[in-house]
Design a protein around this ligand. Structure first.
Ligand code: G3P
Length: 195
């Protein structure tokens, strides 16, 4: 398998915005609802929990699949896996099929993490759920869970390259949440149901 082709594939697959396609199929312009984001949370606001779960699963799978291929063909301690993981996330954030206007890449990043460490992913999901239950904001839960990923990978003894990838992904996820962070600090963040 060619490493550059796999990186390109990861980017192109990441560029498929399932949230936007599914919402459009249901007659909804997801960018004009709630936070305007194309992710599972906003699809949930527009179409309900069933569709939120569907988008979450598809966005997670599109992050998982290329990393699993990279792991099989190049190994976990390879630069290919680093670039494949980052390419999936960049695809979701800057999708070529959607004028480079993408989402916040939380589910896609989780998919990448799942391909690296199922254990770290489960712990991140538990952290996500705990923060969401305590505070009621998906964005805060997503930011806390994603910030935990590099620490968990470090504790679990993953190679430096994997830690580097996870830091880059966390940085990208935080950049994409800058409006959420501002709203959280000002106490006017959207709830899961509200807009
Ligand atoms: O996964 C995205 C989530 O963290 C925030 O979504 O729609 O509330 O901006 P949203």
């Amino acid at each position: 398998m060619d490493s550059l082709l796999l990186i390109l594939f990861a980017y192109l697959l990441g560029s498929v915005l399932f949230g936007e396609h599914i919402a459009r199929a249901k007659g909804v312009d997801i960018r004009s609802v709630g936070s305007g984001n194309v992710g599972a949370t906003n699809v949930g606001r527009a179409l309900g929990i069933k569709y939120a779960v569907l988008v979450f699963l598809l966005d997670t799978l599109k992050g998982l699949f290329p990393v699993v291929l990279a792991r099989i063909y190049f190994g976990i301690d390879s630069w290919t896996i680093v670039f494949v993981g980052i390419a999936s996330v960049l695809g979701h954030i800057f999708p070529i099929f959607h004028s480079f206007k993408g989402g916040k890449a939380v589910a896609t990043s989780l998919g990448v993490l799942l391909g690296l460490s199922p254990l770290a992913s489960i712990v991140c999901l538990i952290i996500w759920y705990a923060v969401f239950k305590l505070k009621g904001y998906v964005s805060l839960a997503s930011l806390t869970a994603s910030a935990s990923a590099p620490l968990l990978l470090f504790i679990l003894g993953y190679p430096f390259k994997v830690l580097l990838m996870s830091f880059v992904i966390v940085f990208l996820v935080f950049c994409r949440h800058r409006d959420n962070i501002a709203r959280l600090l000002e106490g006017r963040e959207h709830g899961f149901k509200g807009s």
